[in-house]
Design a protein around this ligand. Structure first.
Ligand code: SF4
Ligand code: SF4
Length: 349
């Protein structure tokens, strides 16, 4: 059930093997990649299964539409290779259980905004930008009914996603939404990339949060006052599942008078927040994560960033304090957009 669609013929005819040769966390040349990819696909052991930082980026690097990262996670689980210590995995799997009883669902028959399991962040969806759209997961007692579960890719637990995600989709569909705006990249990636790769039906139209914000800003353009800020953008790992939507970062910045600073670790070359690496069980993981975070923040400083813009709440939690200690203000993209239309988000002066 819900078998991954991974095409080994595409790999045989692939002239680049960029899924692995572009990996920023392992040094892999083309010759090695040519050997390791078929081994992984055949279900054999590979150092890649043990050393993968779960940054999701190879999903973007493969331009043939194959799914190398989903393949890695599936084979990690099949071979009993867990990227993080097992007690942590069990705890995480228990936290995200979606179905304790069947929730009562209100039919909306209009656009809905799914904030996923981040009900504590409902302040981020206040104000003019969110007029006319109904939030569906702001009740903390019910938020896990809307949790897309893709986080378990970091834990080598693909089976948990396959088991729970169809039920989550059914819950959302019972609202009868005309479209579902996904606050978090990971939810959007779940309902588009992951479901497509695994043959899971999605009976509603998912909309990326940035596409929604951009379109609302265009509607409110007479209210926009340019912010004249220099910004670094912290690209979340799950943005690699929808690289075609990443362009909205630049389009939003242009619309609200924000300059995206020119730096090394940007766009395809972005470094993840390293939150997932911190928790990995390989020796030296914490040090490795701290070094990466410092490298990332130094790059932002060198480029002259005044603010660091986040979408993912987990990236904000991992990196927000570090950027602040380095003199760069962390801010969520939605709050940045609210500033541009004359609103002052909580905690911003
Ligand atoms: S997964 Fe994609 S990039 Fe990697 S070898 Fe196969 S086709 Fe090439
Ligand atoms: S997920 Fe990231 S670390 Fe793992 S193989 Fe792909 S690019 Fe490398």
């Amino acid at each position: 059930m819900h078998e991954l669609r991974f095409d080994q013929d595409l790999c045989r005819g692939c002239s680049t093997q960029e899924c692995l040769t572009k990996c920023q966390y392992m040094e892999i040349d083309r010759e090695t990649a040519q050997k390791e990819i078929p081994k992984i696909a055949r279900g054999e052991d590979s150092f890649v299964l043990h050393e993968c930082a779960t940054c999701y980026a190879c999903e973007e690097y493969c331009t043939s539409g194959n799914h190398p990262f989903y393949l890695i996670v599936e084979k990690q689980e099949a071979r009993g290779i867990s990227p993080v210590p097992r007690p942590l995995i069990q705890r995480a799997v228990n936290i995200g259980i979606p179905f304790r009883g069947r929730p009562e669902i209100e039919e909306i028959n209009g656009p809905v905004l799914n904030i996923g399991a981040f009900s504590e962040l409902k302040d981020l969806i206040q104000g003019k930008l969110f007029e006319g759209i109904t939030p569906i997961s702001t009740d903390e007692r019910k938020m896990f009914h809307y949790f897309c579960q893709l986080m378990y890719l970091h834990y080598g637990k693909d089976s948990v996603i396959k088991e729970r995600l169809p039920g989550i989709i059914e819950t959302i569909a019972r609202h009868r939404p005309t479209e579902v705006v996904c606050f978090h990249d990971e939810c959007y990636g779940a309902y588009t990339s992951y479901c497509e790769a695994h043959g899971i039906a999605v009976p509603f139209r998912p909309v990326h949060f940035y596409e929604y914000l951009y379109n609302r800003l265009v509607e409110l353009k007479d209210m926009i006052r340019p912010l004249n800020l220099k910004a670094a953008y912290q690209r979340p790992c799950s943005s690699r599942l929808s690289p075609d939507k990443h362009r909205f970062v630049g389009r939003i910045f242009d619309l609200i008078g924000v300059e995206g600073v020119k730096r090394e670790f940007v766009d395809e070359n972005a470094l993840c927040c390293a939150g997932a690496i911190e928790g990995q069980k390989q020796e030296g993981s914490r040090k490795r994560a701290a070094m990466q975070q410092q490298k990332n923040v130094e790059d932002m400083k060198k480029a002259g960033a005044e603010v660091c813009v986040f979408n993912c709440p987990a990236c904000f939690q991992t990196l927000g304090g570090i950027v602040a200690r380095n003199g760069i203000r962390p801010i969520h993209m939605s709050d940045l957009c609210r500033l541009a239309v004359g609103e002052t988000p909580a905690g911003w002066r």
